[in-house]
Ligand binder design. Structure first.
Ligand code: MG
Length: 261
């Protein structure tokens, strides 16, 4: 009896994983190969890459979350205006001021973040340039000075905190601008609030693949892996105040359609 039950459960789990994937990542049978009549992809000006001395220009269809001047699109958890410091083309965590959240909410997305660790460095381990990028305010891609500074692997820079160490440590020295390019697909829930598809993430750190379409166990946490709880498909993005003056610049996000998964 137990065997039958587990076989059934495995079948259901498999179906749940296969159904969305087959609808979204397989060749569309509606079009013959090389069909010139199928809809053309939208034209998007891709912008320019950043250099150490200047941020690049975001893609034309991106929502720009920081254009170098103000944090009008951000707020603290209580809805108050940002208390983080804005400098010349960057902004910086003000220790003790609290996390920042976007005023807008986002679902599946491509996110570009640039950050610079304090130089000279201060502290060690988890207290060395700690911040974090929280997709939907729940799923943290760790921001940390991991350049020649060890910590537990699932908590170093570009780890999905407490769940996935990065594939490699592609950190630059403190003071230099670094990039995260993140592709995020949020979890899905049925009408009864049961999980039908876990969240997934792909991350490039300074252009190097560090998270390859990993499947999250739920929200990230310190010494815990809390389960998913059903919630809105769109939620604000958050940046962590962990007490260290980490800098950010050139943040932009592109919403992804369901069909792009
Ligand atoms: Mg952190």
């Amino acid at each position: 009896m137990n065997t039958i039950r587990w076989t059934t459960l495995a079948g259901v789990a498999l179906a749940l994983r296969l159904l969305p994937a087959s609808a979204q990542t397989h060749v569309d049978p509606a079009y013959p190969i090389h069909d010139r009549d199928r809809p053309q992809p939208r034209v998007v000006d891709p912008g320019t890459a950043s250099t150490q001395s200047a941020p690049g220009r975001p893609p034309a269809d991106a929502v720009v979350l920081f254009a170098g001047k103000d944090l009008a699109q951000w707020q603290h958890q209580d809805g108050s205006a940002s208390k983080w410091k804005v400098g010349n083309g960057f902004f910086e965590v003000v220790p003790g001021s609290g996390y920042l959240y976007t005023r807008a909410a986002f679902g599946d997305c491509q996110l570009h973040v640039e950050f610079a660790e304090p130089d000279p460095p201060k502290g060690e381990d988890q207290n060395r340039g700690n911040s974090g990028v929280f997709l939907q305010g729940l799923y943290e891609v760790q921001v940390l000075d991991s350049y020649k500074s060890p910590t537990y692997p699932d908590g170093q820079a570009s780890a999905v905190y407490g769940q996935f160490p990065p594939l490699v440590n592609a950190s630059r020295p403190p003071g230099l601008w670094q990039t995260y390019d993140i592709v995020f697909h949020g979890p899905r829930f049925d009408a009864a609030g049961h999980l039908t598809r876990p969240a997934r993430m792909t991350v490039l750190h300074n252009g190097v693949l560090v998270q390859d379409d990993v499947e999250l166990t739920g929200p990230t946490g310190h010494h815990q892996r809390p389960p998913y709880t059903a919630g809105p498909a769109q939620l604000p993005l958050a940046l962590q105040d962990h007490g260290d003056p980490v800098r950010y610049r050139n943040l932009w996000i592109r919403a992804l359609p369901e069909a792009a998964h």
